[in-house]
Structure formats: C-alpha cells, structure tokens
Design a protein around this ligand. Structure first.
Ligand SMILES: Cc1cc2nc3c(=O)[nH]c(=O)nc-3n(C[C@H](O)[C@H](O)[C@H](O)COP(=O)(O)OP(=O)(O)OC[C@H]3O[C@@H](n4cnc5c(N)ncnc54)[C@H](O)[C@@H]3O)c2cc1C
Length: 384
C-alpha cells in the first residue's frame, strides 16, 4: 500500500519498509541491548549501523543523504526497533529529532552537520530540559551572551539522552531574557568544547541510552553555530516527536503483549495453561484492545502529519495519541507483569524490565497533564 505523503516526499511500500526495519532490529538491536542495559552504556556502533541501514534522517532530503520519507515511515521504524528494545529505539528517535532541527532550520554549515549525522559520523543529542525547567520550557535559564562573533553559554541541562555520548548538542538557551520565550535560540554545541561537563544520571529506565546532566561553564560557541530556531520551532518539533514517542511505546506494548500471551499459553497451573482461565484471558484481551487502539491513533496522527496540514490542525490528533499510548503501555506491561506471577519479579523473565521501561512513557515530551491541557484547549476550553 502506498500512502499519500507530504508534497515532494518519496514513497515506499509500507510492508517492504516495515520488513526492512524488522530485520534491522533483529540483526542490530537484539544482540546489543542486554549488555548496554547491564552496563548502562550506549553502543555507538548501533547508531553507525542504523546510519548504514538508512534509518538516520528518514525524513531528511536526499541532498544531505536523507531518505526523504515521511513521519509514517519514521514511526514504523521506531515501532519495529522498539519491539526488540525501546531504549535503543530512542537513540534513533533522538537523532531524528535533533537532526531535523539542524536540517530544517540550519544554514548550510548546519546542513553539513546534519549530513554527517545522517552518514553515521556525528551523533547528536537534544538538550532542552533543565533542573528547574521540565514541562515548563519557557523557564529555560541557560544564558547565551553575545561576545563579538561568538556566544558564551552558561547554565545546566538535565536528563539529556545520550548527552555524554553525542558529538554535538542541539541546545536551547536564552539569548534575550527580556523577550521571554521568544528570546530563546538553539545552538549546535560541540560536546568536546572547553567548559562542557557531562555526568550520567543514574535512572532505572532508558539504561541502554543513558541520560546526562550537562554543565556549561562559559562555553564559547561561534555565531555560525546559532540556529534559526527557537521556542516556536521546538513546539512544532515536539508535536512530531510526540508521534514518534507514541510509535516507540506502541512497539513496546505489542512486544509485552506477545510475550504475555505466549507465557499464558505455556505456563501450566492446576493442570492447564493459565491462559485457559477466563480471568487471565480477559486481561490479555483487554490489553489487545489497548494495542489496537494505540496503533490506530499513532498512525492516524502520523498520516495526518504527512498530509501537510498546518501543525495547529494536527495537535489534537497528536496529543490524543500521545496521551492514550503512554497510558496504555503502562497498563499493558502491568498486565504482562501480573500474568508472569512471582517469576515476573525476577530477572529470569523480562516482565519487570518491560514494566519499568514503560514508566518513562508518560514523563517525556509533555506529561499526561500537558497532553490533557493541549486537548482541552483544542476543545475550546480556556484551560491555562
Ligand atoms: C529517561 C528520560 C530521558 C529524557 N531525555 C531528554 C532529552 O533527551 N532531552 C531533553 O531536553 N529532556 C529529556 N528528558 C526530560 C523530560 O522531557 C522531562 O523529564 C520532562 O519534561 C518532565 O520534566 P520534570 O521531570 O522536571 O517534571 P516537572 O515538569 O517538574 O513535572 C512534575 C509533575 O508535575 C506535573 N506538572 C507540571 N506542570 C504542570 C501543569 N502546568 N499542570 C499540571 N501538572 C503539571 C507533571 O505532569 C508531573 O507529573 C528526559 C527525561 C527522562 C526521564
């Protein structure tokens, strides 16, 4: 099936692309994620393998090495990789989100960075969150002060996925506090710059793609590394990212459900499979409804995005998908954990790890409350 894309974009048969992503995940993600999870260390060669497979810069134009496909293909890729591991998948999500700021808003020199990112030569991370600016991005206080043909950056970022691994941080800073949220700009900062200190945060989740605190002490950044993008662009980018986050957790919940169904079919108690008990089977049937609803909402939002409608017209679809999927993945993985009984609480089965991984779903790129607020506003409610 070929689906209409945004104007000018390439097309590919969806089943062919899905199959390619599935094989990539089996060959490149499956052998790597357990060691990465145990050691809390990102395997950089996974990013390089993804670049070789053409899975970095899926929506970027061909002149910089991109595939010029749509959000739908990006979602398919994330869903398939997440079925193997949602955390290696997030490393691809981060490349595509941070990379798209470089190629969508960058001058020629930034497109060169994007080209290297797509080629597997320059890993990027997106650095927005700060200790005092989580959901409230308007409160970003990292300061960029002009100094001739340079900027001096000082402040602290928190929870930056791959922040200590990336070569370049696509980082949001205040250039003009008098303009509030409209006085913010992105900068492409070399992580190796003098004054950049990255320290890993010890999270229970996302361990194969760790998060970092990034301290910036008078970091000198050339003016040519300032991007023509600020608060407005990040909010548009967040909507696209929310579709990808939904796809990530859709893949994870599908995997958790498949695992739980197989366990319920094979685990015997009272002389028959536990899945023969209606009470267990119904929980799994309910989880199936969650997965199917999540699939429809996610791909509905992705296809609407690809149709080229203004971002404002897709917010309701995006926030609905993000809210539903990130609630549903917690329910489905809790069901898998329950079905697994006592063994589910051990490291001998994957149920507990799946349930723990899912706990980050509602937190990033706008929590439940932030999605509900966006939905209420789209309904015309004066919700602040
Ligand atoms: C594993 C992980 C990876 C991450 N990766 C990145 C990354 O790569 N780059 C990056 O920039 N950031 C990243 N983040 C940051 C993430 O986006 C933030 O954690 C998120 O924005 C939430 O911020 P916070 O933790 O400070 O929560 P807070 O904003 O302090 O929220 C705490 C609670 O208050 C609620 N709340 C806040 N405001 C309101 C309101 N107006 N109305 C009602 N309720 C409200 C929230 O819903 C939440 O329940 C990551 C976080 C995690 C945990």
């Amino acid at each position: 099936m070929t689906v209409t894309r945004r104007p000018g974009a390439n097309t590919i048969e969806e089943p062919v692309f899905r199959d390619m992503c599935r094989r990539f995940a089996e060959v490149e993600a499956a052998p790597r994620w357990e060691k990465a999870d145990r050691e809390k260390a990102y395997p950089r060669d996974f990013y390089e393998a993804a670049a070789r497979a053409g899975l970095i810069g899926i929506t970027a134009s061909e002149d910089i090495g991109g595939a010029n496909l749509g959000a739908t293909e990006e979602a398919i890729c994330l869903e398939e990789v997440s079925k193997v591991n949602p955390n290696l998948a997030v490393s691809l999500l981060v490349q595509n989100v941070a990379g798209s700021i470089l190629y969508d808003f960058g001058a020629p020199q930034h497109r060169e960075l994007a080209r290297r990112n797509i080629a597997g030569d320059c890993m990027v991370a997106i650095a927005v969150t700060e200790p005092e600016a989580g959901n409230d991005i308007q409160n970003v206080s990292t300061r960029a002060t002009r100094d001739g043909d340079h900027w001096m950056l000082s402040g602290m970022k928190a929870f930056i996925t791959l922040g200590g691994d990336a070569d370049v941080l696509v980082l949001l800073a205040q250039t003009d506090p008098s303009k509030g949220r409209h006085g913010m700009q992105f900068f492409a900062v070399d992580r190796a710059s003098e004054g950049v200190i990255a320290s890993q945060i010890d999270t229970y989740v996302n361990r194969p793609a760790p998060t970092y605190r990034i301290t910036l002490n008078d970091v000198r950044v050339p003016e040519e590394r300032r991007l023509d993008a600020g608060f407005r662009e990040i909010m548009a980018g967040f909507n696209r990212e929310r579709i990808m986050v939904s796809a990530r957790w859709l893949g994870h919940m599908q995997h958790a459900l498949d695992w739980a169904v197989e366990y319920a079919q094979t685990r015997q108690q009272f002389g028959r499979p536990i899945g023969a008990n209606q009470s267990i089977a119904f929980q799994l049937a309910q989880a199936k409804v969650d997965v199917e609803a999540a699939r429809h909402l996610t791909y509905h939002a992705a296809r609407k995005w690809d149709s080229g409608v203004p971002v404002g017209d897709v917010i309701l679809d995006v926030s609905t998908a993000k809210l539903f999927v990130t609630q549903a993945v917690v329910r489905v993985t809790q069901t898998a954990l329950h079905v697994a009984g006592g063994w589910g609480l051990t490291s001998e089965l994957p149920a507990m790890r799946m349930a723990m991984d899912a706990l980050v779903a509602p937190v990033t790129v706008g929590s439940y409350e932030i999605q509900l607020r966006a939905i209420a506003r789209q309904m015309g409610l004066p919700c602040d």
